[in-house]
Design a protein around this ligand. Structure first.
Ligand code: PHE
Length: 334
């Protein structure tokens, strides 16, 4: 969709009871933080691309402009999510209408890309989930999906079965990625369940005294390959949350900051600079006020500071005289 905004009226019939996408969520479509080279999400995406380009001779085809409005079939059926799975509910997923959702994961594109014949690909994009509110959850975030398909001749001499071969290759690839991003970190694999992979794993990284889940992955269910023209192949897939990783790499304390257009946020990051530490700033926007006083000969700066402190208390963190010209005193208060 190339950064073009989509108007809600173009896709949602007025008062369609099968739509649960509020305007503020709709307004996020097309913003594409992952395609901004100076934004932490874009910087991280590019760093992951570098890893794959270097280690796989640029074999992975990259998609980062696939439309986030997808069919229920793409988002759920094609990745074998059971008909009664909770993630399909109106409580968890944004439905544009009964058959169309805002994708809740980049896995929604796996099947179509397999059908198109791709065997190495990365899909980056915005994903949408109805969720509770706190500093690490936001209803829109960004994921990167990776898929690699092996043909039989790649594992037949390996001495192991296809599934173990793919699982081993997957873990090696992702451990390498984690080291590329984090340096020498402690990591562990945790067994888990996804409808579309078997076996399935989560990778956790020990960071700031906590084990943090950074991605889900596994060996692609054979059914997905068979249905999409890859009957005799084996494949792996992973999906990682870019904000989660970026919060750690850049020291960004709150996921909402990624959406900030405040210069004090945006100016801190630049292309290619992974892991520059974020410096916090006030939640309040700067504002300018003129105040006039009649002053007498007994005026001193400290007397005025005393008045300011008396009124504003500890809300005032800093007072700087910028200049004093023609009887006017210009000060900055923080
Ligand atoms: N789609 C999964 C999620 O969003 C992640 C995943 C992708 C897991 C690919 C396995 C394979 O949580």
């Amino acid at each position: 969709i190339g950064g073009v905004k989509i108007a809600k009226d173009d896709v949602v019939r007025e008062s369609d009871p099968t739509n649960n996408v509020p305007d503020n969520i709709f307004s996020k479509i097309g913003l594409q933080l992952h395609r901004r080279d100076n934004h932490p999400v874009g910087i991280l995406k590019n760093a992951i691309f570098d890893y794959f380009d270097t280690n796989y001779a640029s074999k992975f085809v990259k998609f980062d402009d696939l439309c986030p409005i997808v069919s229920v079939q793409q988002n759920f059926d094609e990745v074998l999510v059971p008909a009664d799975h909770v993630s399909r509910s109106y409580n968890d997923t944004y439905y544009v209408n009964a058959d169309t959702v805002l994708r809740c994961h980049t896995s929604a594109h796996q099947a179509e890309l397999l059908r198109e014949g791709h065997s190495h690909f990365l899909v980056t994009g915005d994903v949408y989930r109805r969720d509770s509110i706190d500093s690490t959850h936001y209803p829109v975030f960004h994921q990167m999906e990776g898929v690699r398909v092996f043909s039989p001749d790649e594992w037949k001499d390996s001495g192991t079965d296809a599934t173990s071969y793919a699982a081993m290759d997957l873990k090696k690839c992702l451990e390498g990625l984690a080291r590329h991003l984090f340096g020498a970190v402690e990591m562990r694999w945790v067994d888990t369940y996804f409808p579309f992979t078997n076996p399935s794993f989560e990778l956790e990284i020990y960071f700031q005294e906590n084990w943090m889940e950074v991605l889900g992955c596994g060996v692609t269910e054979q059914d997905i390959l068979t249905r999409n023209g890859r009957k005799d192949s084996v494949a792996w897939a992973f999906g990682l949350g870019l904000e989660r990783l970026a919060m750690v790499l850049f020291d960004i304390p709150d996921i909402r900051l990624f959406w900030s257009t405040d210069q004090r946020f945006t100016s801190q990051f630049s292309e290619g600079k992974l892991g520059v530490k974020f410096k916090p700033f006030s939640k309040f926007p700067p504002c300018y006020k003129d105040i006039s006083f009649w002053i007498s000969d007994s005026f001193t700066e400290n007397n005025l500071c005393e008045v300011v402190r008396g009124v504003a208390g500890d809300l005032v963190e800093e007072w700087n005289v910028r200049e004093a010209v023609q009887g006017k005193l210009y000060v900055t208060l923080r």
